[in-house]
Design a protein around this ligand. Structure first.
Ligand code: ATP
Ligand code: MG
Length: 560
């Protein structure tokens, strides 16, 4: 083992321990169990990578299980989105399962519990039940219905199922221990009446099983060996085990619940409920808005599956919650895109440059590498003409020696092209430079091997030929929240921290090769960052999302 065991996370250590103690490797089975009440977010990516990672490590099946027991909040749209996102991350589930597939089995087991005197129908209001719950240090009070006869319990429970009772009138409760030190063991609710159509079972059921009753039994039905959930379920484990004890066949695999810490990302919220609020209040433009921490938002923003998986693997699995800085996620995007994204030129804030000694009406096509990081990426041709755009910030009339870009009297190289020298500039009535006049050295062409081409100049600028450039809408994003932890601030709602300036839309000029770019294509705009073609693009209009800049803010944070 040695080295290999050092790289195991604590969940994998638990599995290893079980295998050592005689658990058969063939019996290993895992599941990823989302509730289809929203789109998956970056926190789910951790759970997906953990569960599917275990599947890959032990060559064990992993089920995709929809925990669909609450028709009030669940929809087919969410089921479809979840499947798309898990697939996009590159994982394959063994079988697609639904807790709703087990409604009949769960109901039959519930009847069994009633018959054994282990469950009863409580007909009190939820308020009364809450008042009887007690406190962690004070025992609860028995419900007046706790000793209802088995016959009466069976009769009412069947009526509940048959739709003879209104929503909220009766619940089925497990008869466990109203004085347990674990409040969850104080006769937890197993079923409630809810007259609401379900996205799969439609109106077949009007009683729905509660999470605790459903989850462990579903694991058992699927013969999941290790049921991994987040820490808030640690207290539920006792109940998970109690429910299993009621139905277990000792010949079968007994699922084991283990908990790991929820992953939180800075400057955002990772909770479907809160993300839904952003969508419903039109703070963002849908679940896949590129500012959202959803998998679909990250995809639209230009993230690669690799980047998201590397992020999840880098932060790993922990026993305690903490806040992960979003710059680490950005680092992972940059690292992957650097290897894979073709380089192109696009000017975001254009300033016109006229090359006065470049013949009018002519053009020259220059060869340029598609990706210096990838020797198989090949080259393409880009056009140069007398008028080009450069970035406004790349020119100054006067500047000190540390300014390696273009200044009057100074020289720079045009990427893949020639050395130009700024001779003069034109200003508007407010004193803003609106045009720069340059000359170029026709012998200095990049890669031509001439003495002039080998001359060193300090700066190389990206540029586009005015006449050939395509205009494109570019969407620049900032953090969605101004606070690094918007949803943990005392007495403040997370919505108070929404950044009003999280989106800036500009018009940029990009090289003509981008005309053929397809939705989802990712590029590095040289010197500017990584950009991805947005689905809003059409034949008339190119739209890019800025994925992430080139500067590595994460490494900077680390070296502080
Ligand atoms: P949300 O509050 O966003 O709805 P949830 O835990 O209710 O989260 P589920 O659909 O039940 O969402 O989650 C499916 C799985 O993903 C569960 O095992 C859950 O524990 C895990 N998970 C959810 N959020 C995170 C997170 N932030 N970090 C790690 N795992 C998570
Ligand atoms: Mg949930």
């Amino acid at each position: 083992m040695g080295e290999a065991s050092e790289s195991l996370n604590f969940i994998e250590h638990i599995v290893e321990e079980d295998l050592k103690n005689g658990f058969s490797k063939d019996d290993l089975r895992f599941r990823f169990p989302p509730e289809p009440n929203g789109y998956l977010h970056i926190g789910h990516a951790s759970s997906i990578c953990l569960n599917f990672g275990l599947g890959l490590r032990y060559q064990a099946p992993v089920n995709l299980r929809f925990d669909d027991t609450n028709p009030a909040k669940e929809e087919q749209e969410y089921v479809d989105a979840i499947k798309r996102d898990v697939e996009w991350l590159g994982f394959k589930w063994d079988t697609e399962r639904y807790a709703s597939d087990y409604f009949q089995q769960l109901y039959d087991w519930a009847l069994l519990l009633i018959e054994q005197g282990k469950a009863y129908v409580d007909s009190q209001s939820s308020e009364d039940m809450a008042n009887q719950k007690g406190t962690p240090t004070q025992a609860g009070i028995d419900s007046p219905f706790r000793n209802r006869s088995i016959e009466e319990n069976l009769a009412i429970f069947k009526e509940m199922k048959e739709g003879k009772h209104d929503s909220g009138t009766h619940v089925l409760r497990a008869k466990i221990d109203m004085s347990s030190s674990n409040m969850l063991m104080r006769d937890p609710i197993m079923y409630r009446v809810l007259h609401k159509a379900h996205h799969r079972t439609n109106t077949e059921w009007c009683i729905y099983p509660m999470y605790d009753w459903t989850h462990g039994e579903s694991d058992y039905i699927e013969q999941v060996s290790h049921s991994l959930c987040t820490l808030e379920f640690a207290m539920h484990r006792e109940l998970y085990d109690w429910f299993l004890d009621q139905v277990i066949d000792e010949q079968k695999v007994r699922p084991k619940q283990r908990e790991f810490a929820r992953r939180n990302l800075s400057h955002t919220v990772v909770s479907k409920r809160k993300l839904l609020q952003l969508v419903e209040n039109n703070v963002v433009d849908g679940w896949d808005d590129p500012r959202m921490p959803t998998i679909s938002g990250l995809r639209r923003r230009g993230y690669t599956p690799n980047a998201v998986r590397n992020f999840a693997d880098t932060i790993g699995i922990a026993k305690r919650e903490n806040l992960i800085d979003v710059s680490l996620l950005e680092f992972c995007a940059r690292e992957d895109l650097n290897k894979t994204a073709p380089r192109v030129m696009g000017v975001l804030d254009p300033l016109k440059v006229v090359i006065t000694n470049f013949p009018e009406g002519e053009e020259e096509w220059l060869e340029i590498e598609n990706n210096p990081e990838d020797e198989n990426a090949g080259t393409r041709q880009i056009p140069l003409s007398r008028e080009i755009f450069i970035e406004k910030a790349d020119f100054r009339e006067e500047a000190n020696r540390k300014f390696f870009r273009l200044k009057l009297g100074g020289e720079v190289r045009l990427k893949a092209g020639y050395i130009i020298k700024a001779e003069s500039c034109t200003k508007d009535s407010e004193g803003n430079v609106v045009e720069v006049q340059c000359t170029y050295d026709p012998k200095s062409k990049s890669g031509s091997g001439t003495e002039e081409s080998l001359r060193k100049v300090k700066g190389t600028l990206h540029w586009v030929s005015c006449k050939h450039a395509r205009s494109a809408e570019v969407r620049l994003y900032d953090r969605l929240f101004t606070h690094e932890s918007p949803d943990t601030q005392k007495d403040k709602d997370f919505m108070e921290f929404v950044n009003p300036n999280s989106l800036e839309v500009i018009t940029a000029y990009v090289e003509p090769s981008l005309e053929d770019a397809k939705v989802g294509d990712r590029f590095q705009f040289q010197r500017m960052g990584y950009f991805c073609v947005d689905p809003d693009s059409n034949d008339d209009k190119l739209v890019f999302n800025k994925t992430v800049g080139l500067r590595d803010t994460w490494a900077k944070l680390q070296s502080k």
